[in-house]
Design a protein around this ligand. Structure first.
Ligand code: CAA
Ligand code: NAD
Length: 297
């Protein structure tokens, strides 16, 4: 595979998972965070996840305890953390997974474009912003793709690989091969708002919130209805807590600004209110529901 050394920017909910699956796929991974405390917390989550997967492999009879522990240790040894952008300079691929803010992402790619080796491929894990705008900001638009992973990255099997009109054909193939090495099924997408999944999923989540606002049904009943009626693993309200209410708000707000007349892209009041109260979902212990760690209370 052309991609051997990978940089990931952001070690939050998504970044830590991307770091882990890239290392599980055999890549050497450097993860950059804004502050050491965020790095420590993200690396701590990777340790817990690797331990959990090792435990599961033993339970399922796929490996002995010794084999599973050795595999987890080898994966962990391929991961290092940094707070200095310079450490990403010689990466073959850099994946950005910072906050869903287009100006912040463009500023980051402008800096990375100036310091990474000319052959480095850039990718964004954005949920909703145009890949083309970040590609131009990076100064190397042909070497830029979207690599959109799903939450929780360790368990979800899809990666959307997004190309713009000027993405180099070999870069796109290398990005798909990387996604497959991470154990994901790559799906090719054009650079459209929300690509495939979020163009369908986010309006469904916001419509469920509007249903709740109107008092058509309770959160619990909306979720139960979609789980039992459609076979979804989570209902739309619980899923919003799982994704993060802040991230969901950033996605919809970005679309409202760009497409003010599109009814499916309007922000529900309840979402704005809960974010203002710092009820961001699973990550803060409360959103629409109360949470204890990764589980509903
Ligand atoms: N690392 C390692 N192991 C993990 C893990 C992780 N990060 N997360 C969970 N596990 C383990 C659990 O501990 C559990 O192990 P045991 O079987 O040993 O108990 C196992 O995996 C299954 O976990 P759960 O018991 O929590 O299982 P579940 O069957 O309830 O599945 C789920 C959890 C996969 C999250 C499932 O509820 C699901 O698919 N939910 C929907 C998720 C979804 O739609 N994601 C997309 C969000 S949208 C997005 O990502 C795009 C965007 O841009 C916003
Ligand atoms: P998060 O808030 O959990 O993590 C973002 C991390 O980036 C934080 O730890 C923060 O300290 C770090 N960061 C911010 N600016 C930085 C910078 N300049 N340099 C280095 N680190 C920086 O957010 P998240 O949920 O992981 O989302 C990250 C990206 O992934 C967003 O673009 C989001 O839309 C996308 N995404 C999110 C989900 C989801 O379900 N939450 C799913 C798919 C894609």
């Amino acid at each position: 595979m052309a991609i051997q050394k990978v940089g990931v920017v952001g070690c939050g909910l998504m970044g830590h998972g991307i770091v882990q699956v890239a290392a599980q796929g055999g890549c050497t991974v450097v993860v950059l965070e804004a502050e050491q405390k965020f790095l420590d917390s993200g690396l701590g989550r990777i340790d817990k996840s690797l331990a959990k997967l090792a435990e599961k492999a033993v339970k399922d009879g796929k490996a002995t305890e010794e084999e599973a522990k050795a595999k987890a240790a080898a994966t962990r040894a391929r991961i290092s953390g940094t707070t200095s952008k310079q450490d990403l300079a010689d990466c073959d691929l850099v994946i950005e997974a910072i906050v869903e803010n287009l100006d912040a992402k463009k500023a980051l790619f402008k800096e990375l474009g100036a310091l990474c080796k000319p052959s480095t491929i850039f990718a964004s894990n954005t949920s909703s912003f145009p890949i083309g705008e970040m590609a131009i900001a990076s100064g190397r638009p042909a070497r830029f793709v979207g690599l959109h992973f799903f939450n929780p990255v360790q368990l979800m099997k899809l990666v959307e690989v997004v190309r713009t009109d000027i993405t180099d054909a070999q870069v796109f193939e290398d990005a798909k091969a990387f996604g497959a090495a991470c154990g994901k099924a790559p799906v090719a997408c054009k650079d459209t708002p929300g690509f495939v999944v979020n163009r369908l999923l986010v309006p469904y989540m916001t419509e469920a919130m509007r249903m709740l606002e109107r008092g058509d049904a309770s959160a619990q009943d909306i979720d139960t209805a979609m789980k039992l009626g459609c076979g979804y693993p989570m209902g739309p309200i619980e899923l919003t807590d799982y994704v993060g209410l802040d991230t969901t708000l950033f996605i919809v707000e970005g679309w409202t600004k760009r497409y003010p007349n599109e009814p499916a892209f309007q922000v529900p009041k309840i979402l704005r209110d809960l974010v203002a109260q710092k009820k961001l979902g699973r990550k803060t212990g409360e959103g629409f529901y109360k949470w204890e760690g990764d589980k509903r209370a």
